[in-house]
Design a protein around this ligand. Structure first.
Ligand code: PAF
Length: 282
């Protein structure tokens, strides 16, 4: 596996690959890789001739009081994992190369970026779409892979690609979970033993909501009240938001008719975790 740091070198590499008739799959990450990322890499390998993984902790998607400075960095371990999967190229650009002095151009997907996580983390999705668009311009992938744990993120990226006619197909993949149901996340590393023990309540609440909606309860307000009461029994967990929304628009629903998405964010101490589940009532 080759590692490239400079954007201009990747540009050249991708050009050569495309000229040779190869398709390129990109898996953008911030490192601290876990099974969720590796499942994206495996899917990329199935679909594309060349697989490129990027590792870049993107400063513009973190708020001033968030964990940018502490975000876990495990490059040596990440490289070993990627080597085992036999990817073609790892791209690890520097902050200076991605955001040179004077940088002032951002991409914002209006509307959907302001809801849910976008409401709790103003500016977060502007940072995500800007870096992802930059990566697309540098790598020119045919496919790019994102996890459904970050449901809102993959939806926003799909919208950006459609709105801006970007020549890349976005493939989203199911959330990978620990054996107790907790969604795999680089931020699980921050949890104390007690917080980690409390974390499964989040996925359990999603399963409970799905079950309620499937069986008899269609009233979103009533479902959410039950889920809140369920989660609040775990005193180490503080909900940031819990909503049932339209999976395509993220508009809040009043009743669950055909489909819905239960989506939440919660704090365990200072660690913020997100999760979601799709419900189909028929
Ligand atoms: O999901 C992530 O790890 C990041 O938001 C991404 C897509 C790599 C952009 O920095």
């Amino acid at each position: 596996m080759k590692t490239i740091k400079k954007p201009k070198d990747i540009l050249l590499f991708s050009k050569k690959m495309h000229l040779a008739g190869k398709t390129i799959g990109l898996v953008p990450t911030m490192g601290c890789l876990h099974e969720g990322h590796l499942s994206l890499v495996r899917e990329a390998k199935k679909r594309s001739g060349i697989v490129i993984v990027s590792i870049f902790v993107n400063p513009t998607q973190f708020g001033p009081n968030e964990d940018y400075n502490h975000y876990p960095k495990t490059l040596k371990k990440d490289k070993a994992l990627l080597n085992k999967l036999n990817i073609d190229l790892l791209f690890t650009p520097s902050v200076k190369d991605m955001y040179p002095e004077g940088f002032s151009s951002f991409i914002k997907v209006e509307g959907v970026s302001g809801k849910l996580c976008g409401h709790s983390r103003p500016g977060h999705f502007r940072g995500v779409t800007t870096i992802v668009a930059k990566l697309f311009n540098i790598v020119s992938p045919d496919y790019a892979f994102f996890g459904e744990k970050d449901y809102q993120q993959q939806l926003i990226i799909k919208k950006m690609v459609k709105d801006l006619n970007l020549p890349v197909k976005i493939i989203s993949q199911p959330t990978i979970r620990e054996s107790d149901g907790t969604a795999k996340s680089s931020r699980n590393k921050y949890l104390s033993a007690k917080q980690r023990e409390a974390a499964p309540v989040l996925y359990q609440s999603l399963l409970l909501g799905k079950e309620l909606a499937k069986k008899k309860e269609k009233n979103v307000r009533k479902i959410l009240a039950k889920l809140r009461a369920f989660i609040n029994k775990e005193r180490l967990v503080k909900l940031d938001y819990l909503s049932i929304v339209d999976p395509k628009t993220l508009q809040e629903l009043k009743t669950v008719k055909n489909s819905g998405l239960i989506i939440l964010a919660a704090y365990l101490g200072k660690t913020r975790l997100i999760d979601n589940i799709l419900i189909k009532s028929r």
